[in-house]
Design a protein around this ligand. Structure first.
Ligand code: SF4
Length: 270
C-alpha cells in the first residue's frame, strides 16, 4: 500500500486491524493512517489483518515490524487485538515484552474515552487526532526507538508502564489539511472495475466534534473542541471534482453537519 519502495533502515509500521481484509479495507481510517505514515520519508507502512475467525493473520507477521499501530474503534475489538498479538508470538502484556518485539501503539476513539482497559497491553496509547500524533510518533521513534520513558513528555502520549500521568490531548486546529487528506484518500481507493462503497462520491469532512454535547455521547467528548471546515474550501473541492468528472454525489462527514454555521450556504451551493 505504500507509494514508495522499502529501503533498508526504514521504520516498518504495521497498520493492524483485527478483522478480515475484506472488512478492514472498507475502513477509510486505516487508509488515512497508511497515508500519514507514508508521508514520512523514512517510514514504510503495510497492512496486517486477521484473515478469518480462526485467528490466522495475513502472510506478513507483526513481529517483522518496528511499530504496530492499532486504531481501535470498538470495545469488541479488544480481545481480537490481544488474539492477534498472541498468534504472532507477541506477548499481549506490555511488561512481558522485550526490545526485540515491536512497539505496540494503540489509539482511536474508545481509548481516548478510556485507555485503561487496554493500558496493560499497550506500550503507548495515543490521545488525540491522528494527523498530529502519527508524525509525532514517527519523529519520536527515529530518536527514542523503544525507550518508552522518553515519550512521556510528548503531548498526546500516554505511557502506561510509567504509571498514571497527565496526558494533554492533541488535536488539529484547522481542518483544511484533514479535509484534503480524507477526500484524496477516498478518491485514491477507487478502482476502475469496482463501484466504490459510497458511489462516485466526494467524501468531505465538514466538521469535527459536536456543539450539542449530549451527556451520553462519547464522540462529542473525544472530538472536542468543535471545529468547522472552511465552506469555501469545500465548495472549491466540489467544483474541481465536478469539472474533472470524477464525482456524481457528495458525502458530508461530521457528527451533526446541520450545525455547521455555513450549512445553509453549502446546501444552496450543492
Ligand atoms: S453527535 Fe448527536 S448525540 Fe452526540 S452530542 Fe452531537 S447531537 Fe448529541
Amino acid at each position: 500500500m505504500s507509494r514508495k519502495s522499502y529501503r533498508k533502515g526504514m521504520v516498518k509500521v504495521a497498520i493492524a486491524y483485527p478483522a478480515p481484509a475484506r472488512i478492514a479495507l472498507q475502513s477509510l481510517s486505516i487508509h488515512i493512517l497508511g497515508r500519514l505514515v507514508d508521508e514520512d520519508p523514512d517510514a514504510y507502512p503495510d497492512f496486517v489483518f486477521l484473515n478469518d475467525e480462526m485467528g490466522r493473520t495475513t502472510k506478513i507477521r507483526l513481529k517483522d515490524f518496528d511499530i504496530v499501530l492499532f486504531s481501535v474503534h470498538y470495545e469488541l475489538d479488544y480481545p481480537r487485538i490481544l488474539r492477534m498479538m498472541e498468534i504472532n508470538s507477541i506477548n499481549p502484556w506490555s511488561s512481558r515484552r522485550s526490545l526485540t518485539d515491536p512497539l505496540i501503539v494503540l489509539g482511536g476513539p474508545t481509548l481516548m474515552a478510556n485507555p485503561e482497559p487496554m493500558a496493560p497491553f499497550a506500550d503507548l496509547v495515543l490521545i488525540g487526532d491522528a494527523e498530529v500524533l502519527i508524525p509525532s510518533l514517527l519523529n519520536n521513534y527515529h530518536s527514542y526507538r523503544k525507550d518508552l520513558g522518553k515519550y512521556i513528555d510528548t503531548p498526546g502520549f500516554y505511557v502506561p508502564s510509567h504509571g498514571k500521568h497527565t496526558v494533554e490531548r492533541v488535536f488539529v486546529k484547522d481542518l483544511t489539511y484533514s479535509v484534503g487528506l480524507i477526500h484524496d484518500t477516498a478518491i485514491s481507493l477507487r478502482t476502475s472495475d469496482e463501484e466504490p462503497v459510497l458511489g462516485r462520491s466526494a467524501i468531505l469532512e465538514v466538521m469535527r466534534g459536536c456543539p450539542r454535547s449530549c451527556l451520553f455521547c462519547m464522540e462529542s467528548f473525544t472530538q472536542r473542541p468543535v471545529r468547522y471546515a472552511n465552506i469555501n474550501y469545500i465548495k472549491e473541492i466540489v467544483r474541481r471534482d465536478v469539472n474533472d468528472g470524477i464525482i456524481d454525489r457528495v458525502s458530508l462527514i461530521g457528527l451533526s453537519v446541520g450545525d455547521h454555521p455555513g450549512f445553509r450556504d453549502l446546501m444552496e451551493f450543492l
